[in-house]
Design a protein around this ligand. Structure first.
Ligand code: ADP
Ligand code: MG
Length: 244
């Protein structure tokens, strides 16, 4: 791995997610809690990125802003050349629902639904057709759960539940997948499996993936690492596999 902070500028057309001097101050009661203190970085289309940093360094705050689940205090995020802050409410909804797939630490599966239906949940409002159901089954098979399609979450291990969540995030063919500590509740082996499948689907679908974690066990999956500390980007590294 080599440090390329000032090396190999990303070509403009590949800068589909661009962060400029991003700041976020949370309010805790009357107290201002700075979470991001001016972060600038770019994410190349189709790249697999890890954002690393200790607890409290601002990782989740950054991920939520990238997913338009929260608004910055200052600075800008551009997606495909358009500022997220210029989105109308409809565009924002579309971005969150159609263009971004979210994976959370706690899986967020519905207890009463089996694996297939949990994958289909984001599409319930618009109706499920046979093609979509087939795709859900295909994705579950691809994450090694072809034999668990009818199982409810309480009959699945943590790693299996997170793989259902991966299939759910990828069903809508998002351009961007955002994962917040996806292996935070898993043992090493299950965590490694989760990343193996996420990386496999990424390689097949060329989705851009940004994973936030303080867990350094699975870094070999990343094309690029961004180190965050105290709300600032310390440095970037790139894995040699990502260099042409
Ligand atoms: P990380 O994900 O790296 O642990 P966070 O982005 O969650 O970091 O938090 C960064 C800082 O912002 C921490 O000091 C945290 O306590 C604070 N913070 C995060 N979210 C909120 C919130 N909703 N309200 C108040 N403070 C928050
Ligand atoms: Mg966090």
């Amino acid at each position: 791995m080599q440090d390329i902070t000032h090396d190999k500028p990303i070509k403009n057309e590949h800068r589909f997610l661009s962060v400029s001097d991003l700041k976020k101050v949370h309010l805790r009661g009357e107290t201002e809690v700075p979470a991001l203190r001016g972060v600038s970085c770019q994410f190349e289309k189709g790249s697999f990125n890890f954002i690393l940093g200790p607890s409290g360094s601002g990782k989740s705050s950054l991920l939520y802003l990238l997913g338009a689940l929260d608004d910055p205090t200052d600075g800008e995020i551009q997606f495909a050349g358009q500022s997220l802050s210029s989105f109308t409410e409809d565009q924002r909804d579309h971005y969150r629902r159609e263009q971004v797939g979210f994976i959370f630490q706690s899986f967020n599966l519905l207890k009463t639904l089996n694996a297939v239906d949990n994958v289909l949940v984001p599409f319930l409002p618009q109706g499920i057709n046979a093609e979509l159901r087939d795709r859900a089954i295909d994705l579950l098979t691809q994450v090694g759960l072809g034999h668990r399609l009818d199982h409810h979450p309480h009959h699945l291990s943590g790693g299996e539940q997170q793989r259902v969540a991966i299939a759910r995030a990828l069903l809508k063919k998002p351009e961007l997948v955002l994962a917040d500590e996806p292996t935070g509740e898993l043992d090493s082996e299950s965590g490694a499996e989760v990343f193996r499948y996420l990386r496999k689907l990424h390689d097949e679908q060329q989705t851009t993936v940004i994973v936030v974690t303080h867990d350094e066990r699975y870094l070999e999956n990343a094309d690029r690492l961004l180190h965050l500390a105290d709300g600032k980007l310390l440095r970037e590294e790139i894995h040699s596999r990502a260099i042409d």
